[in-house]
Design a binder for this molecule. Structure first.
Ligand SMILES: [Zn+2]
Length: 478
């Protein structure tokens, strides 16, 4: 039975000392105030630092910070600390989903959807998320009004001119000519705020706009060449901000992005860009046949092509992070499988190719020592069973990529914090002295079976404890 810091502790105990002799009024003696420290005792601690599990552990929390975490000998419990007995349970760092999209302004408002989604993420043990580009200023303002949310870091989307102006060009398809609006218009209809960058623009001003919007980094989305990527990465790094981007950003390839110093690339299937020549990478985008061309080249065997493995080796050497986002592709595939159409669309053929290819590229990346962050590409919109999740991503990393549960957990704790960078890299991802008190208590061992991540007893964020049921029912605990 646990005792919770928010329950049942009297603030002061006043002891009346009676005098047998009468005369002067009896003095009031104040008992010592309880120690503000919370001690979680007897759990098995997996602290995410890389050391093995510590049984019968003591984790001390004061306010929003971890005071000490380790064996009973390493962390003596202060005499009057509030104690939570976690015997037989597992204490792990709060989980980090380094790739989500939270804001979808359909019909002008997404507040209700956002609030429920963030509560649900927290209930799953996800205490930190990085929004990979929606609308930082609007998102962060909305999150500040909500009570129960993970920590939210936001990235600013940047894309090249062709993303904003494609001339409403006609695209020849099997069904005739199709007219497509510029992708930026689709985004802006959701309230997202991509910034346009031309090669001759001042990159530092883009970074300044991103920072003013509250973004902690830049997400390169599409239609950027190597020169643009290089300038934007240099400007962001001058300002101490990380740069991530899609693999690839047409025409710049994932290899070029890594060589330009980009901190991370997302989407395993995007490594298919390496299989095109520089000229193809530039022209495929213009006539809108990118998906068709990718579906043709992105076979499972192509994942072992030297152009792919060379790019992965460079990423490993440079320390470029890689987010495969396998669960999002799995959801897309499930959607098409459920449709049972006789004539697959170009989109479906692309998804089917991207699924097998991306899985095999991820296996190569792991084999070659590329740093993995387990971002899921979760979206806070639509039917909840169709949304990618961190849990789903971790299951795929274990079941399909053969990561151990420990390696998968590191990709969603310590390494995800490093992938996000900034404050997250300094204060999150591991249970260590001085870090934020973001923890998850599980009733089952996640190192034995990654599915045991669904045995959440409670979640602590910033020193405050939440129960999954309370978050999902909407009843506040404190
Ligand atoms: Zn995404």
């Amino acid at each position: 039975m646990q005792r919770f810091p928010s329950m049942g502790f009297s603030v002061l105990t006043l002891t009346l000392v009676l005098s047998a002799c009468g005369g002067s009024p009896p003095p009031l003696r104040e008992a010592p105030a309880p120690d503000p420290t919370v001690a979680i005792v007897r759990a098995t601690l997996w602290d995410g630092t890389g050391r093995g599990p510590v049984s019968n552990a003591v984790t001390l929390i004061r306010g929003d910070r971890i005071l000490c975490a380790g064996s009973a000998g390493e962390c003596p419990v202060p005499r009057r600390a509030r104690t939570i007995d976690a015997n037989g349970q597992w204490l792990i760092p709060g989980l980090i989903d380094s790739h989500v999209h939270l804001l979808f302004l359909t019909a002008g408002s997404a507040t209700e959807e956002l609030s429920l989604d963030l509560r649900d993420l927290l209930a799953q043990g996800v205490t930190t998320v990085r929004d990979m580009g929606t609308n930082p200023a609007e998102l962060l303002a909305r999150v500040r009004t909500l009570d129960a949310t993970p920590r939210v870091y936001a990235m600013q989307l940047v894309a090249g001119r062709r993303f904003f102006f494609n001339g409403f060009q006609g695209v020849r398809t099997a069904r005739g000519v199709v007219f497509r609006q510029p992708p930026a218009m689709t985004m802006q209809a959701l309230g997202w705020t991509p910034i346009m960058y031309n090669r001759t623009d001042d990159p530092d001003s883009i970074v300044a706009i991103a920072r003013a919007a509250g973004a902690m980094g830049i997400k390169l989305y599409a239609q950027l060449d190597l020169e643009s990527v290089t300038k934007l990465v240099a400007a962001a790094h001058r300002a101490g901000m990380p740069v991530w981007g899609h693999a690839w950003v047409q025409p710049a390839s994932a290899l070029e992005q890594a060589l330009a110093g980009q901190d991370g690339v997302v989407h395993a299937a995007g490594l298919a860009g390496e299989l095109f020549t520089a000229e193809e990478r530039d022209t495929l985008v213009n006539d809108g046949t990118l998906q068709v061309a990718t579906a043709e080249v992105a076979t499972v065997g192509a994942a072992h092509d030297p152009r792919i493995t060379d790019a992965l080796d460079s990423m490993a050497r440079l320390g470029t992070f890689f987010e495969p986002t396998l669960d999002a592709t799995r959801h897309s595939l499930a959607y098409f499988n459920a449709k049972r159409r006789h004539i697959p669309s170009e989109q479906e053929e692309y998804v089917r190719a991207a699924s097998g290819f991306g899985m095999e590229v991820t296996r190569e990346a792991v084999r070659r020592g590329v740093r993995i962050s387990a971002g899921s590409d979760h979206v806070a919109y639509g039917p909840s069973n169709e949304r990618a999740s961190l849990f789903g991503e971790l299951r795929l990393l274990v079941d399909s990529i053969s990561l151990t549960p420990t390696a998968a957990l590191l990709a969603a704790t310590r390494d995800a914090a490093r992938a996000i960078g900034g404050e997250a890299a300094q204060r999150l991802g591991t249970i260590e002295t001085g870090h934020y008190a973001d923890l998850v208590l599980l009733s089952k061992n996640p190192l034995a079976d990654i599915d045991n991540l669904d045995s959440v007893e409670w979640i602590m964020k910033n020193g405050r404890i939440w129960r999954p049921g309370q978050l999902r029912s909407g009843i506040a605990m404190n």
